[in-house]
Design a protein around this ligand. Sequence first.
Ligand code: TRP
Ligand code: ZN
Length: 881
Amino acid sequence: MLRTDDGQTIKLADYRPSDFLLHAVDMTIRLFEGRAEIETHLALERRPGVAASVPLELDGDELSLAGLTLDGAPLDSSTYKASPDGLTVFSAPASGRFTLTVATRLVPEENSKLMGLFRSNGIWCTQCEAEGFRRITYFLDRPDVLAPYRVRVEADKAAAPVLLSNGNPVESGDLPGGRHFAVWDDPFNKPSYLFAMVAGDLDAVHEQFTTASGRAVTLGVYTEKGRSAQAAYAMDALKRSMVWDERRFGREYDLDVFNVVAIADFNMGAMENKGLNVFNHKYVLLDENIATDSDYAGVETVIAHEYFHNWTGNRITCRDWFQLCLKEGLTVYRDQEFSADEREATVQRIGSVRRLKAHQFPEDQGPLQHPVRPGEYREINNFYTATVYDKGAELVRMVATILGRDGFRKGMDLYFDRHDGMAATIEEFLACFTDATGTDLTQFALWYAQAGTPTLSVSQSYDPEADRLSVTLKQALEPGAAATQTAPMHIPVRFGLVGSNGQDKEAVTTSEAVVGDVIHLREPETTVVFEKLGDRPYLSALRDFSAPVTLKHEQSEADRLALARLDPNLFNRWRILNDLVAEALTTASRSGADATASPFASEIVEAILASASDQSLEPAFRAQALALPGETDVARLVGENVDPDHIHAVVEAARRQIGESGARLFQELHAELASDGAFSPDAASAGQRALANSALAYLVAATGDPAPATRQFSEARNMTDRLSALSLLLHHFPNSPDTIAALAEFYERHEADELVLDKWFALQATIPDASALERVETLAAHPKFTLRNPNRVRALIGTFAAANQVAFHRADGAGYRWVADRLAEIDRINPQISARIATTFRAWRSLEPVRRDYARKVLRQLVDLEHLSKDLRDIVERSLR
Ligand code: TRP
Ligand code: ZN
């Protein structure tokens, strides 16, 4: 267990309900320049059975008490105790309801943590998940305390013509002195983390939406002044999300209004506050001149995600923060399904699996490992992780695979029915699927408790005499840093038996482990026999990545190449090819290998080029076939003694090898697919741009000729093409006069747009050269750089540490030192951001000895700093364990 002087460990096993019940919240928020006055009336009641001697204990964080009454009467100072982090009332009535009125005073302008009430470009804004409400007022700030809220906001009319909160608007009007007010009423019980208030001078787009049952809803997307035209795509995505949730899950929206606000200073992507979603403006504002295709996809996904939380998160919330995956894993699953339906399912699945492997696998296989439902934490902010979100979504996907589409829907219907208006647990969630379908999920539930990526080993043998294929599956889970148990789990393995004609053969078997196209592995090892095949099939295993495992499939290269060409499951066609590519890069990256030699056997290059040129496939899929694993993916596969310079050289050599072999194809693709005018953000058009830009990248890598990239940069009519070209120029020719001119032109053109400036900073942070460190040092002193805006910090420092393997991992340790020094500075401003960026050190133990020593040294120096936040300390200490 973890222990430090300043941090206690919170444990799931210690959960108990609150001693007091909360029946209603009535708040008044008065906003002024330089201060905010908060008055909160809490209708409370001692929980029956709780002794009268037990005091009422409310949470606080950096608060100061400005007034306190109980049923209207001031409290004697001996009957309560107030401190910045809590308010204890010793005189709460033994029984019956009472009203506690708490006044606090805040200075939103000084709130640089962006939790609680803060200001962003003049806009007053709140962020309460997970524990931000206690920075606004003293409260039972826990997700299992639910109540209806009535909120009155008052502000200067000129400074804040728009006053928003949760629920429906019920009243508004003018006040003396140029001030005005608005009252919002949220009838749905909610925990405090879903509270929100926004006030400011905002522009908006509005549209009407009619739900399936005929309820009229006014939708609003609010932006900073002058930017509402860039909210059109977000509004469109919102309406599509609302329709999809009705069709796919039978879930309708429930209030008269649904508002989205775009904010420039925001710790994460967005927040699902009831009826008032608050977004990082990066996930709302776009048009083709400022945003890439992946920005469009990001807006669509995040809008859907936050909207879907209305049912999975808000109507049914989490009992405690250990259950975070109950809302996040499920909601990511739902947004992935939405994107699969709106775009191209296989390409979406490839993207999700790439993401899982790039972010969740290293987390699950390193010192920051934790179960999808953790058993303990010191700082909950550090558990908004790829494991909780993305592996959490994979677990829901496995439930759907095990139960089938109809069974899954039945279980979801029961969940909505049974737990609406409540705070639930993972056990309760799983019980709905069992009760709706009769399927026992006891063994499956281990996925929530056991940390680490299981290894799934598959082998097969075909007996031509008997015409039988035996398939043996084994599972293993190594004990890891989280020290959870490693019992065998229920692993659903989707499969196909592919004939040489590229069609699936019927799977004839007497094995009870096989249901339809899924083998249910429950034991450490199982053998399944298939009969009446006619001839030897190719075994296509783990189709659609049906379980988040490391697959070790003993299969000949010939079989794998055959499947990469003809597997009717397109996901597996990609996956098998990608595994061949990743293995070759890994072999070439191990110490002792020649980093500059061509890493691929010619068959692999041919397979890549065959996919890339196959006109029967979606361009987006072809682009995925061309996309190499990232350098951090290769580092994870190499596993020990990692030399990032060596890996970088190998990946460059791979790019050259593919580029040279496919030069003619790439020339054709780039010419054929180059954008010819009108821009459309749809998935098919984006896929064409992706393939064209991938072709361009290979051309430049193979020829070393900047001309086509220079031309594309100056002729591009959308950000996707412009940024791709600029990226190639910067990566291959960072100091050429043309590149310097292009970079300067880009800056001048977009200087006024914060979101594009982030791209300008981020791109320079990725230049794969040791001197990129000096460049980011210089950029950190640029007038447009600030440590106060999380997007800017992530763009320059976060990108450098996460995406520049060469310069961050400089062999002289200077990259580590620079990032660690910045972390110490950021930590004093915004600990959530410093802690998040610090996770880039987590793989330090797998580095070669020289870098490993430097990394350990800077981590130890960080721990020794006196004023480290709880957030950053937790990450660094766990990284060192
Ligand atoms: N619940 C949010 C989501 O996943 C994420 C979130 C958690 C968040 N904590 C936050 C967003 C703090 C902003 C700030 O949709
Ligand atoms: Zn979420």
